[in-house]
Design a protein around this ligand. Structure first.
Ligand SMILES: [Zn+2]
Length: 149
């Protein structure tokens, strides 16, 4: 009995360490990417602005908008990683939202913010597909009901 408990605890700890390492690596990559991008945008912005005509300058604006959107996306991912790390500390990260089972490490590596295990996710997708098909079958009457409610 005692041995099984010990093995379980050891497995938990190694999973914790692996997931923590995975999240922290991602965090570091994102941080570096965001910092580089910020530096690029700052270095590019302003300097060339004076010599550009109207058309070129709006192209630069679009480029900058894209850069900023990318930075924003990465920052949001960073926030999610921070939240995941907090959940990992609390011991709730990586457990399936539906059935409570552990989500496999491979799945978490591919989708660090997955909240369901593969089985539950697939079951949900199937259910959603069925819903959509039913909705299509109901067709215009469903639309009528939706509008009247
Ligand atoms: Zn599940």
């Amino acid at each position: 009995m005692a041995t099984t408990t010990k093995t379980k605890v050891a497995a938990k700890t190694s999973r914790y360490n692996e997931l923590r390492k995975m999240l922290e690596e991602r965090r570091r990559e994102l941080m570096t990417a965001v910092q580089h991008k910020m530096r690029d945008v700052r270095a590019e912005g302003g300097n060339d602005r004076d010599v550009l005509d109207q058309g070129e300058s709006s192209e630069v604006d679009i480029q900058e908008d894209i850069e900023f959107a990318l930075i924003q996306m990465k920052s949001e991912t960073l926030n999610k990683i921070d939240a995941a790390l907090r959940r990992l500390e609390e011991g709730t990260y990586g457990d399936c939202f539906e059935c409570g089972d552990e989500i496999s490490e491979a799945r978490l590596r591919a989708l660090p913010f997955a909240v369901r295990c593969k089985d539950c996710e697939e079951a949900r997708e199937t259910a959603e597909q069925r819903e959509r098909m039913l909705a299509q079958k109901r067709g215009s009457s469903a639309l009528f009901f939706d509008m009247s409610s």
